[in-house]
Design a protein around this ligand. Sequence first.
Ligand code: B3K
Ligand code: ZN
Length: 861
Amino acid sequence: MKTDTPPTIYLKDYTAPAYLVDTVDLDFVIATGATTVSATLAMRRNPAVAAQPLVLDGEELETLSVAVDGEKVPFSTTPTTLTIADLPDAFTLHTVVRIDPDRNTRLSGLYRSKDGYFTQCEAQGFRRITWFLDRPDVMSTYTVTLHADKATYPVLLANGNPVASGEEADGRHWATWNDPFRKPAYLFALVAGKLDGLFDTFQTASGRSVQLAIYVEPGKLDQCPHAMAALQKSMKWDEERFGLECDLDHYMIVAVGDFNMGAMENKGLNIFNTKYVLARADVATDVDFENIDRVVAHEYFHNWTGNRVTCRDWFQLSLKEGLTVFRDQEFGADLHNRQTARIREVRGLRAAQFPEDAGPMAHPIRPASFVEINNFYTSTVYEKGAEVIRMIQTLIGRDGFRAGMDEYFRRHDGQAVTCEDFVAAMAAASGFDFTQFMRWYNQPGTPHLAVDSVFEAKTGRYTLHIKQSNPRASDNHPYLIPIRIALFDAGGQIIAGSDRTLLLTENSQQFHFDGIAAEPVPSLLRDFSAPVVLDYAYTPQQLTLLLAHESDPFNAWEAGQRLASTLILDATAAIAAGQAPVWPASFVDAARRLLQTQAERGAAFVAEALTLPGESTLAEALDIVDPDALHAARNSLRRHLAEQLEGEFAGLYAGLAPHGAYTPSSEEAGRRALRNTCLAYLLELNTPAVRQLALQQFRSADNMTDQFAALAALAQTECTERETALAEFYQRWQHEALVVDKWLAVQSGSRLPDTLATVKRLTGHPAFDIGNPNKVYALLRNFGANLARFHTPAGYAFLAEQTQLLDGKNPQVASRLARCFDRWKKFDGERQKHARLALESIRDHQGLSRDVLEIVNRALG
Ligand code: B3K
Ligand code: ZN
């Protein structure tokens, strides 16, 4: 049976709210089986809008009473609205509802997790707590009282400052919090739980003292210091880079193991997935430590970009998300390693956002319509959104960008605004005309640039001819695209004066360089100055020169990726045609030279440069993907490098051995990354000696980075050491939930042919819990990203079945799982037949959520 078509919401239909809420008083009586929420709202008509009935939002609320100015009034309800007509211009609305957080498996609104009760209100979770105008342009100040059993829930928290607390009968207690800042309902939060706290303070530049707290499950306090340090560093960084000081007296972070996404920036009371708080060297990897820095910073930075200035409506999501991702990227680059940070950002963009922008879910960073807003917390809104902000900075310079930020806050502090408002502030501060640039906000799809060059020896003129196109856009108007470039001479030096930023504004445009003595090598799109695909007919010699000499680390890395991509894609075609792949000696030589330069170029860079482009990124370059041939080609190149460079890899592996106890510094992390890259290449040889080496590293490592790297490499290799390591790992870490997630992910991401059978078996293992989003992501979604193992008839049927199962519990997470099917039309006819059947089976599932339905309808569309 088909689910009814849910309505589509359009940006063009936006209208201002008919009523405003000045103050919100909430009283929560928390008890097992039911929580009672009493709400007192001081409301008035919005004078700017014509008189109309009040329509409040609600979901799964049991309404116990409704009163206006202390009197019962007539009202009507549907499952999602409560309507009251004939209201005075200003009034107090009092409602009482009952909700059931213990049975809230969607993890949206108020829900139960192991250690207590938690909330998640963005985007539309507040309406699952009480009747309200649940939209971001309705901003109010909140006073919240919680009542709960004292022994079971000793910690009672809400946004803002503690006002009063006390004891009640029957071993219960209460606490009242007041948040003096006006905020939209999506930033509301409360927590009632048994939690340990780590406390510290931060002194702001103007001398105010902010009380900091991180609350976690009892017994985990020794995994909190890294997050606390990250918070303090972010607070300092935002003062220095953007002049933004913390406005709060209390800043709290609470970690919870059941959480749909990474973290949530609720005003003064962030709620985090444990994954982005808990870290200790023996349980968290270098990448985990760095991610925690970035996510803690991201949520803190939202306090200005998102909370002080928020979104007018959910179409403007990138206003806060793109900007805040850009800010956390910059923070991460300053804190760790700017060069590899940029490389990793682009690697991530190409693995996730480019495919999204080329597939059924393609949308502009500011979408024009949606069915379910939760489906638009995407890598387009976040990561491409951040690239758009980065381009603004490139166009007006760092100082211009800072002046634009100052202007943005001067104009809009305390308001709910649009992307136009942000760009207008940037324009006012810099004098730059962003009219054409707005196309980046309004069109889907990745622009393609085709670049040709002509050199005239006679005149010394070098000309670049650049054409842009974007077949996904609704028209063929050109984008404004900043293209950083430099020209290199045959000796690998930049030709003086050739280093500049070209502004491409036409569909086809020429750029001249005069006084050039000999045909140069162009280095195009340095530092990835725009989120585009760029084609230029580079020769392998030119790329080898750039890989060796380009001083912009991004484009040096890019040259290596271009070399490898061409080889792997050619080999894919050869393998599909039954031929053996050919690997030129020049590529091996270039890799050898890279290994020799790790002292000068940094181990972290060399590790990135030796990592071949991923299969999902490579697949985007193919019209029809043969996942088996692509997989075989990429593996064959890895093995070829291992065979040719065995001595170099082994030498470097030994040379980079840790000299002392683990420290998480970026330099040490770089050494570990390169050493573990060497180990993974060596394991391609699958000799008993290398397997023993990996097992020995696995057993003796004093940190999770090295232990997990050895496990991950073994997990890709058919051997008894693999099974030994997997068993020992689980045995040792079965009580650390986040480490168990790694154990699941390493198996679901394995290239071994029986991976689907393993994943199926693991769904029945005690370590797996379909109700826990982290477990679903680790086992199921990670399997969906495993190109060669997922894209099979049985793989499709399996994930379709799991998506349906999950949809009944948690539609948001189910919908993310359904996204694994996005690229199904890129595969051959036989695969497409099975993917279609799988998608149709999901679509026809009775009672399917609108979250999953939107994804599946678009995929089938
Ligand atoms: N703003 C939240 C995301 C909320 C997702 C709702 N489905 C986390 C963040 O971007 O910081
Ligand atoms: Zn965010």
